[in-house]
Design a protein around this ligand. Structure first.
Ligand code: EPU
Length: 416
């Protein structure tokens, strides 16, 4: 098993380029199932989750060919309708093939994802929406079987603005008969990117990026050449890497407009962030101030930045409260940060973080993707050596993170 070793204490300096967004690339790859022909998706990050999605699409009959950061998807002969347990258990986002398979093949059979490290994460709202569109749903032997000869447009209200739920329903609705209206839809930039990709295929979608999305079904869609947006969570992680090491870095190929809430909190904490051409510069003053945050759906503070922000607060002046409102078990990093000397107490959904003067290197265990990133960040500023175990979590969502950090002056390496 691979580990990452960090000798902390280096101020980061230099330039880093952001990769494409994992959580936009995954649904857009799944959306290729809706057309027949050759799709070219560029700016796809080279990540484990992307290769898992390629394996799933290959299983369904898609011809997948990766060429650096470009993926070619040939979708003329889809011959299967199932997402097997082996793939779904390694990546929950496999459920994103449900909507497109149902729309194109009239049936889908997907392993029901179990709970995950950060919470129960049911998909009841995805299924409720498909049902409203006329699908028949049964569960047997751990698989959800969905059938609908022809989906019909429907009015769907989501109790919770689920991201992949909104994406799945949008993909089902693009080929349905008539108008589908999704209310309380997720507004995340990745949902907008998927809508833009679907529109480029010929779909009729209005309102993506707002809580009401209207989709008028069309009879068929054409293949696309499409470029994925930059990863806002990777960008945010590098902003915090500069902050926590009191460094100064230039971040290229990012979109700061997708990070308003995080940037507001980082500026309040004492970071200087400036847009510059196609990127930004971030510089941290020596003393950072504690700031409270609450995670909420976009455009609020993202749950995917909560762990990394906590690492920053662990070494800022004062006490901050961090409230996790999206996932019920997303504080697994706390116990590991405590092993590094952080002063954090958790009560219910709120962590109280008292900033300490310094963290100490320690062996720590990554528990999920963003938790791993937070431990790397803590290791960058800790005195001595930090060894992060189970880095396969990290490889699901960060492209060559240790190489990028090394170029910025971090003393970091991967060992097997
Ligand atoms: N929920 C339900 N029922 C549903 C769907 C969701 O109760 O049918 C609940 C979830 O349990 C959770 C809340 O709704 O409490 C929001 O979950 P959501 O469905 O929005 O999450 P997701 O679509 O499964 C995506 C990202 C996550 C990110 C969340 C929240 C992808 C592939 N994944 O997950 O990304 O944390 O939205 O923004 O887009 C990550 O990249 O590390 C990651 C976990």
């Amino acid at each position: 098993m691979q580990k990452i070793i960090i000798e902390g204490g280096q101020s980061l300096k230099g330039e880093v380029t952001i990769s494409g967004a994992k959580n936009a690339a995954l649904p857009i790859m799944a959306a290729s199932l809706l057309n027949s022909g050759e799709n070219v998706i560029s700016n796809t990050p080279r990540l484990k989750d992307i290769s898992t999605m390629s394996s799933l699409l290959t299983h369904l009959g898609v011809g997948c060919q990766a060429d650096d950061n470009k993926i070619l998807l040939r979708t003329d002969s889809i011959h299967a309708i199932d997402a097997p347990y082996a793939l779904v258990k390694t990546m929950r986002a496999s459920v994103l093939v449900l909507g497109p398979l149902l729309a194109r093949m009239g049936a889908a059979k997907v392993s029901l994802p179990g709970g995950c490290a950060i919470g129960a994460r049911p998909i009841n709202l995805h299924l409720m929406g498909f049902k409203k569109m006329g699908a028949d749903i049964t569960l047997s032997e751990g698989y959800i079987h969905i059938r609908a000869k022809k989906l019909k447009g429907a009015s769907i209200y989501l109790d919770i603005s689920t991201v992949t739920g909104t994406e799945n329903l949008m993909m089902a609705a693009v080929l349905a008969d008539g108008l589908t209206v999704i209310e309380n839809a997720a507004c995340e930039p990745e949902v907008v990117d998927l809508a833009n990709a679907l529109r480029a295929m010929g779909a009729d979608i209005e309102g993506a990026g707002t809580p009401i999305i209207k989709i008028r079904g069309v009879s068929n869609l054409k293949p696309v050449t499409y470029k994925i947006i930059p990863d806002r969570i990777e960008t945010g992680t590098f902003l915090i890497a500069a902050g926590i090491t009191r460094g100064e870095i230039k971040i290229k190929g990012c979109n700061l407009d997708h990070l308003d809430a995080l940037v507001a909190k980082l500026v309040e904490a004492g970071l200087h962030i400036q847009k510059e051409g196609g990127g930004l510069t971030v510089k941290a003053q020596k003393d950072l101030t504690s700031v409270d945050v609450k995670t909420v759906p976009y455009p609020g503070f993202p749950t995917d930045m909560q762990a990394q922000f906590m690492a920053l607060m662990a070494v800022s002046n004062g006490t901050s409260t961090i409230t996790e409102n999206i996932f019920e078990n997303r504080f697994m990093h706390v116990a590991e940060m405590r092993r590094m000397g952080a002063d954090i107490r958790v009560e219910g959904a709120t962590a109280t973080v008292r900033g300490v003067a310094s963290l100490k290197g320690a062996p720590v265990m990554a528990t999920d993707l963003r938790a791993s990133a937070s431990l790397i960040l803590a290791g960058l500023i800790a005195r001595g050596t930090t060894v992060v175990d189970r880095v396969y979590h990290l490889d699901r969502g960060y492209e060559r993170i240790e190489e990028k950090l090394k170029l910025l002056g971090a003393r970091i390496r991967r060992i097997t």
